[in-house]
Design a protein around this ligand. Structure first.
Ligand SMILES: *Cc1c(COP(=O)(O)O)cnc(C)c1O
Length: 455
């Protein structure tokens, strides 16, 4: 299925030219990474942080190779971006062909087929079989902003409802939509107005798996504090990303979508992190058959090239006046070529099913770990988007210090893991779907060792 060339004397397989094994040949960070970190500190703005002080030289499959020759297990995918793998073969070929043909004309000046083909693919793949239109942008935040623009023009209303723990980006409007202060908002206000926050369904913390009841609570909040007649859009991540991989109780999303439909409110699914096979469906909304009015995509769309999109009901999307949507680089030809190749890879290599396999493998192991470790409050998520929430044993009190310690120890052992959550107490796993099972098992073995060593 996945392009793996097995060497004559068997393991390790090679994916995208990278041996699929973990190997540490220096301490981490090694001397070359340390020297580059010094140059970074002197040249790059201090506000641009890094999870690991290790510089990448090459990556493919489930491995990132650093500048000192260390092979790290990648359980992060560059934050859910390289779902099809780094330098996935079809993406490399498509981008090479495109870069030699032309690099940019601006779709708003002289258009090109790749943009149209990506729009057709998104119209076909996103939930629902109604008539759709797509517009392309560069980043997730930019696409979220444009979804709000469309919803406002289409409804003639202003207000936007978002949820507790939400993450929608770092631009001015999306900072207002994002929940967490540090590091995303602190000192950067004033923020855009007409953004209101509603309570989410968070089963581990609100103690209920009754999704419709949680939706009723959110809707009551919105009706009393905003009013449907003022409300243009409800914007929600079907499974929250930065907020902690919070998976709402079954029935929560369908009830919200139904309320939006009945109240002339545009239901916007921010699938920037969950989209493109990541959760074991092409889109996370598919899991419960929810059909959003607008779907925002980015991250996993382009195999690593920057691209984002808003896809939605033709009658909403087409209300915007000509020239009202766009941007110099939106739908760049290289990014479009990469997206078409990434989509082909997902479909041809069965990566939706692969994400379900990854879920089974990871959850089986993590549930066994949780069974005799009271610090693991919950194992949750879907597909290759799995998290563990760490707490003080026997409570739901977040343990951010332990989370930081575990992540740092995993990093030192050559495993790239990320943390998330409003309280910084969630370890999240976003392996590329091109990762071999052996590396997933090894990554989880290391996690288990690290957890044991911090008892
Ligand atoms: C990452 C993310 C964004 C912002 O995307 P950028 O490309 O970083 O602007 C928006 N929404 C969600 C759910 C995300 O995970």
């Amino acid at each position: 299925m996945i392009d793996q060339t097995v060497a004559p004397d068997a393991r390790p397989a090679t994916v995208s030219g990278v041996e699929q094994r973990r190997a540490l040949v220096t301490e981490l960070p090694g001397p070359r990474s340390r020297a580059l970190m010094e140059r970074k500190s002197a040249a790059v703005a201090a506000g641009v942080g890094t999870t690991m002080p290790v510089f990448a030289a090459q990556a493919g499959g489930g491995v990132v190779v650093d500048v000192d020759g260390n092979h790290l297990i990648d359980l992060g995918s560059g934050i859910a971006v390289t779902t099809v793998g780094n330098s996935a073969p079809r993406v490399v070929q498509a981008v090479q062909d495109q870069v030699a043909a032309f690099t940019h004309t601006c779709f708003m000046v002289t258009p090109y087929e790749g943009y149209v083909a990506v729009a057709e693919a998104l119209n076909r793949l996103t939930p629902g079989d109604h008539a759709k239109r797509t517009a392309l942008f560069n980043s997730g935040a930019e696409a979220v902003e444009n979804a709000v623009k469309v919803a406002r023009v289409a409804t003639g209303k202003d207000a936007v409802v978002v949820f507790d723990h939400a993450y929608h980006g770092r631009t001015n409007l999306t900072m207002a939509m994002t929940a967490k202060n540090m590091p995303y908002k602190h000192g950067f206000g004033p923020f855009a107005s007409e953004v209101y926050r509603a309570p989410l369904s968070y089963p581990f913390r609100d103690g209920t798996l009754d999704g419709p009841a949680a939706a009723a609570r959110a809707i009551e909040h919105v009706e009393s504090q905003v009013g449907a007649t003022n409300l243009a859009a409800v914007v929600i991540e079907p499974i929250q990303g930065e907020g902690g991989f919070i998976t709402p109780a079954p029935g929560f999303l369908p009830a919200l979508a139904a309320w939006c439909r009945d109240n002339d409110v545009v239901f916007v699914a921010d699938e920037v992190q969950t989209g493109f096979a990541r959760t074991g469906d092409m889109f996370a909304c598919d899991h419960e058959g929810v059909v959003p009015d607008l779907v925002v995509t980015a991250k996993g769309i382009g195999g690593g090239l920057p691209l984002s999109a808003v896809t939605g009901r033709a009658e909403l999307m087409d209300t915007v006046h000509a020239g009202g949507l766009g941007g110099t680089y939106g739908g760049n030809p290289l990014a479009c070529a990469a997206a078409l190749a990434a989509i082909e890879t997902i479909e041809a290599d069965g990566l939706v099913e692969r994400a379900r396999e990854v879920e089974r493998l990871m959850k089986d192991r993590l549930h066994r770990l949780a069974a005799d470790d009271a610090r693991i409050g919950e194992v949750r998520g879907r597909g290759a988007m799995i998290a563990v929430e760490l707490v003080l044993p026997g409570t739901t009190t977040p343990d951010a210090a332990l989370t930081k310690e575990v992540a740092a120890a995993a990093h030192r052992a050559g495993v790239i893991v990320l943390t998330c959550g409003t309280h910084g107490n969630v370890l999240r796993f976003l392996p590329p779907l091109a990762i071999p099972d052996e590396l997933l098992h090894e990554g989880l073995d290391i996690l288990a060792d690290v957890l044991a060593s911090t008892r």
